[in-house]
Ligand binder design. Structure first.
Ligand code: MG
Length: 239
């Protein structure tokens, strides 16, 4: 299988800095294994920026070899953030989400995930969120206490329940089989807090390339208010 990817990231219209990180930074295409990741940092001053960068860099150690599982990569990211805080107390309290896919030549993608960034599969004009949001409101929805629609406007919707930067991390890990013409989207919550899934799907349908898709989604999030940093990585699957 061939994977062709692009990413876009933007500070948005409200925040002073961009605390999101994305890898790879450059667009590309390969039939070799490739890791694509998005991290959304949080913390005072520059700490959020540091957290997402430190975590994603540690997750990429030794490139895209399939010897290192996505779960191990996410745990490496966590260890690196914990170590950075131990070295520099001004970074205390920083954390980050981390969602990554290890795309393999056989057409499978292995996913490692913590936090409220998302990985979507767009297949046959349908958008499906494959990751779970590790948020307080997602737990309320799962328990049937509020609807998914109510979660979108809930005052505590930004409260993340599982995050990188804690001593123990519980990483979600799973694998799916991809098909030609599938499109995978990995994004920070700046995208899905501004756009409904049907709006994201419409942009994906209209976009002819991963780069087109990534930038049109970032522009749409900003047009809808851009209250957060928005980062989108798009991976197209072909034979
Ligand atoms: Mg965010």
């Amino acid at each position: 299988m061939r994977y062709t990817w692009a990413s876009a990231t933007h500070v948005g219209l409200v925040r002073a800095g961009n605390e999101d990180s994305v890898r790879p930074v450059n667009d590309g295409s390969t039939e070799e294994p490739v890791v694509i990741a998005v991290a959304d940092g949080m913390g005072g001053a520059v700490a959020g920026e540091v957290a997402s960068r430190v975590a994603i860099d540690a997750a990429f150690v030794e490139g895209a070899t399939s010897e290192i599982t996505p779960g191990e990569r996410v745990r490496n990211g966590n260890d690196a953030v914990v170590a950075a805080v131990a070295d520099d107390s001004t970074l205390s309290g920083m954390g980050t989400t981390l969602t990554l896919g290890l795309f393999l030549p056989d057409g499978s993608v292995r996913i490692g995930h913590i936090g409220d960034s998302r990985l979507y599969l767009y297949r046959d004009d349908e958008l499906r969120q494959l990751t779970s949001d590790h948020t307080f409101v997602a737990e309320l929805v799962a328990m049937g206490q509020i609807t998914a629609e109510e979660a979108n406007t809930h005052p505590r919707r930004h409260l993340v329940t599982r995050v990188i930067g804690t001593p123990e991390v519980n990483v979600d890990e799973f694998e799916i089989e991809l098909k030609p013409n599938d499109r995978i989207v990995i994004c920070s919550d700046g995208l899905n807090s501004m756009l409904r899934d049907r709006e994201i799907a419409a942009k994906l349908k209209a976009a002819s390339s991963p780069s087109d898709a990534a930038w049109s989604l970032v522009e749409a999030a900003n047009a809808a208010g851009g209250t957060d940093n928005t980062t989108v990585a798009v991976v197209d699957v072909s034979l």
